[in-house]
Design a protein. Structure first.
Length: 299
């Protein structure tokens, strides 16, 4: 796999072990030398979009905002920002030629919300929640919590301060965000599931049953549904395949329904994912009703 594609699938950042597992040390070194990826720290790599945003902000005397601010903080995102996302004061005039190549926004930002030319962590999550699609915003909020840059309570407090425009989605993002989400792949899958009636998938729930213990990606405990974000690129060797088969078999033998989705399904075919989730949620609901009726008749 190409190094840049591997980084993109990992949310824009990754460590050496994860990258080398699907590419090679030589390919990683070559990509760094060519400027296609950057080394943020020892053993940590990222796409160069964050550096591009900082340069654009410096050129325009602007603030790095939105997904570019998230990338600058090393947060994993659903997709790398295609262009630098920067914001200038509301009344600033910027000629069309200077706007070229950037996503430029106009609004007044409190100086206390900016550090080193980048929007601070909490305001960045709120900024993304207000204007990005829900799944992208949730992935960023999950990343911010996972990295410890915001707290659930702080995020909710900021969301409650948002005026009418964008308030509903911002509150939804703040309410649903979880530091337990392992990566953007899982966050986007959970975002899709939240639109499915009768389904309540939670990340990284530990299942203990009949001497077996496991922690699937997403679990609806009441309906006994497990949903896995299967990243073959990073779990494609034979030992991992054997381990995964044994885990899925153990769950099915204990009465759980298991659905598995690839990165391509989740990122590019959300309607397919939603239809599958809706079908299994509906089937489990019918089964629960039938079981309750049977118990009443037996009693």
């Amino acid at each position: 796999m190409d190094v840049v594609e591997a980084l993109a699938r990992s949310g824009g950042v990754a460590d050496t072990r994860r990258l080398v597992a699907v590419t090679s040390r030589r390919r990683v070194a070559t990509a760094v030398d060519a400027g296609r990826i950057v080394r943020d720290a020892h053993g940590r790599y990222a796409l160069p979009t964050a550096d591009e945003a900082r340069r654009a902000a410096n050129r325009l005397d602007a603030v790095v905002t939105g997904p570019s601010a998230a990338a600058s903080r090393g947060w994993e995102t659903k997709l790398p920002p295609p262009r630098p996302d920067v914001t200038v004061p509301a009344k600033r005039r910027v000629t069309p030629d200077r706007r070229r190549g950037v996503d430029l926004h106009w609004r007044d930002i409190d100086p206390d919300d900016v550090w080193n030319g980048i929007l601070r962590a909490g305001p960045t999550v709120i900024d993304c929640a207000k204007r990005l699609p829900f799944d992208e915003a949730l992935a960023i909020a999950d990343s911010a919590l996972r990295h410890g840059n915001v707290t659930p309570q702080g995020l909710l407090a900021l969301a409650r301060q948002v005026p009418t425009t964008g308030r509903r989605q911002t509150l939804r993002v703040a309410t649903e965000a979880s530091e337990l989400a392992a990566n953007p792949f899982e966050s986007v899958l959970r975002a899709t599931s939240l639109d499915v009636p009768g389904l309540d998938l939670r990340p990284q729930v530990v299942i203990e049953q009949d001497g077996w213990v496991g922690r699937p990606d997403l679990v609806d405990v009441e309906r006994r549904i497990v949903v896995e974000a299967d990243s073959f690129e990073f779990h494609g060797h034979r030992r991992a395949l054997k381990r995964d088969c044994e885990r899925y078999n153990a769950l099915v033998l204990r009465g759980w329904v298991v659905l598995r989705f690839s990165w391509e399904h989740v990122m590019h075919q959300p309607d397919y994912v939603r239809q599958c989730l809706l079908a299994v949620a509906s089937a489990r609901a019918v089964r629960q009703v039938t079981a309750r009726k049977t118990r009443r008749v037996s009693a």
